[in-house]
Design a protein around this ligand. Structure first.
Ligand code: NAD
Length: 363
């Protein structure tokens, strides 16, 4: 009997269901041609769940996720729900509780600029003639976004606000180990970004990362201050391999690396907990401006599946084949609307079919 791999599929809103449809085609090949016993169950989340069940994260969805080995999410939200009070908005009322429930403390955001697509980047082409391949690793549950107290205070004649940055050593250690392990699978370089010249949380961050690095002598570690890192990434992104950041810094750096690739439609992401349970989703949103027009780029969603196959199912070579199929499809010249520099773009569906074709050629 083949081992069962259960995926909870949450297409969500906007272009979510459209790009998920193309991802199902790859899952079908994994099931039929590679005989991997993948069982998918689909659940509502976000705006669609509010419409159908009166809540953005129905119990049935959460239960379905708990019973699965991994979650593949589309994206949630849209203009229809933008006027709801902030706590009820699909992103706030579904994604945050989901991440919190599973204690997803690490976020991986690969940012790859393929050589042939370097015209998409806002950078000058001589800075990126070789493209780049960066893996941003962001700590997701600690730091200033979660420290208490965090509030606005009116007291006598004073009016001020306070946020608290806290990092426990164990939080830094566990994410550092992940960064070094990921670097070993790549170019063996970790650049850690902090503000250790000013902040105590950053001083502990740097000290702890240095300690952990001793266990990974093959990995070259360097540190950059946040302000300098922002400049270096723009100046020469090719020099980076794995970039490791605390929460707030990673929020900025992962978006910076992402935008340098030119399209949000190509950016996947993965978040895990200590048991390696993962949530995989495109970095972008529901793209209401192109919803229902067959224009969305399915690559971010398919790459999210590829990350799931790699990190949750530990099938590295199959994940590599999916990545290769995407690269090959781009080399063949197929472009969706967002990555095309002329009018010769293909639809979401055609792009999905071409990736399937390239994938089958690799098997
Ligand atoms: P967005 O990422 O949805 O769109 C920004 C731009 O990128 C748009 O021009 C869009 O067409 C384009 N784009 C995004 N994904 C694309 C794809 N796969 N292919 C081609 N083009 C793509 O951001 P937004 O417009 O600020 O947000 C729209 C909605 O999505 C909002 O309701 C927002 O709250 C929600 N959102 C959800 C998530 C999530 O579910 N994780 C993340 C961000 C935004």
């Amino acid at each position: 009997m083949h081992k069962k791999y259960k995926i909870a599929i949450l297409p969500g809103d906007g272009i979510g269901p459209e790009v998920m449809q193309e991802t199902y085609k790859i899952i079908k090949i994994l099931q039929t041609k590679l005989c991997i016993n993948i069982i998918t169950s689909e659940y509502d989340i976000g705006g669609i769940a509010i419409e159908k069940h009166g809540t953005a994260l129905p119990k049935k969805t959460l239960l379905g996720c708990k019973k699965s080995d991994a979650i593949l999410l589309g994206s949630v939200g849209g203009p229809k729900w933008d006027t709801l009070p902030s706590k009820e908005r699909p992103e706030i009322a579904s994604l945050l509780p989901l991440r919190k429930y599973f204690n997803l403390f690490v976020n991986l955001r690969p940012a790859i600029l393929y050589k042939k697509l370097n015209y998409l980047s806002p950078l000058k082409t001589n800075n990126i003639k070789n493209g780049f391949d960066i893996l941003c690793i962001r700590e997701l549950t600690g730091g200033i976004y979660f420290g208490k107290p965090s509030q606005e205070i009116h007291k006598e004649n004073m009016h001020y606000a306070i946020d608290t940055a806290i990092y426990h050593k164990y939080e830094i250690k566990r994410i550092a180990k992940i960064a070094f392990k990921e670097a070993l699978k790549r170019k063996c370089k970790v650049t850690s970004i902090d503000k250790a010249n000013v902040l105590y949380t950053s001083k502990l961050w740097r000290k702890t990362i240095n300690e952990i690095s001793k266990k990974y002598p093959k990995v070259h570690l360097s540190h950059l201050y946040f302000d300098n890192a922002v400049m270096q990434i723009i100046k020469n992104p090719y020099q980076f391999d794995v970039i490791l950041c605390p929460n707030l810094i990673g929020d900025v750096i992962s978006d910076e690396c992402g935008i340098l690739t030119g399209s949000i439609g190509m950016l996947p992401s993965a978040s895990f907990n200590i048991k390696n349970f993962g949530l995989y989703e495109p970095a972008g949103g529901t793209a209401p401006d192109i919803q229902g027009k067959n224009l969305a780029n399915p690559i971010a969603q398919i790459l999210s599946l590829s990350m799931l196959i790699k990190h949750s199912f530990k099938m590295n070579s199959i994940s590599n084949l999916i990545n290769l199929a995407i690269h090959k499809t781009l080399l063949k010249g197929f472009r969706t609307y967002d990555i095309s520099n002329d009018k010769n773009f293909v639809t979401t569906e055609k792009m999905g079919n071409e990736i399937v074709k390239s994938f089958l050629e690799e098997l």
